[in-house]
Ligand binder design. Structure first.
Ligand code: FES
Length: 154
């Protein structure tokens, strides 16, 4: 299997069987994201502890395979991480999608790096970058307590 096929398999798997797709118990932060162009929606729930560590995270929503896969991968990656670490991961992820930079984040395992890299192909399709980043931006809004819905369009 070549790397493209591997990435495709990861996206299909997460798109079909999204992880952490529910409303997690005792969440204390949440935010909504919306892509008005296609109508896709995501709602992210987070249980943040006193040290700003993501104790639990989940999401609900409807959308294309990329947006659901990305939300699913995001919940797996940031669960158990300090918010500052999660923020750094998000910066790397956005750079990867916009500039095609290779992802290699020390705080992630090889497997986690691969899961994030599986979304790198969307760089060639600017419209899909919005699908891949919706849940991540919504995560940031939730932690920062921003009550406005994240919109991909102004
Ligand atoms: Fe709507 Fe992907 S087509 S988020």
């Amino acid at each position: 299997m070549d790397i493209k096929e591997l990435y495709q398999d990861i996206i299909l798997d997460h798109g079909k069987n999204p992880r952490n797709k529910n409303k997690c118990k005792d969440f204390n932060k949440d935010a909504k994201g919306h892509n008005p162009l296609c109508g896709d929606k995501v709602h992210v729930y987070i249980k943040l502890d006193k040290e700003k560590k993501v104790e639990d995270i989940s999401f609900e929503g409807e959308g294309c395979a990329i947006s659901m896969a990305s939300a699913s991968i995001m919940t797996e990656i940031v669960k158990g991480k300090e918010f500052n670490v999660a923020k750094k991961i998000l910066e790397h992820f956005l750079n990867m999608l916009k500039e095609g930079s290779k992802l290699s984040i020390n705080s992630l395992t090889d497997d986690e790096n691969t899961r994030m890299m599986s979304l790198s192909g969307v760089k060639q399709f600017p419209m899909r970058v919005k699908c891949a980043t919706l849940a991540w931006h919504t995560f940031m809004h939730a932690v920062e307590g921003n009550r406005n819905t994240v919109k991909t369009e102004k």
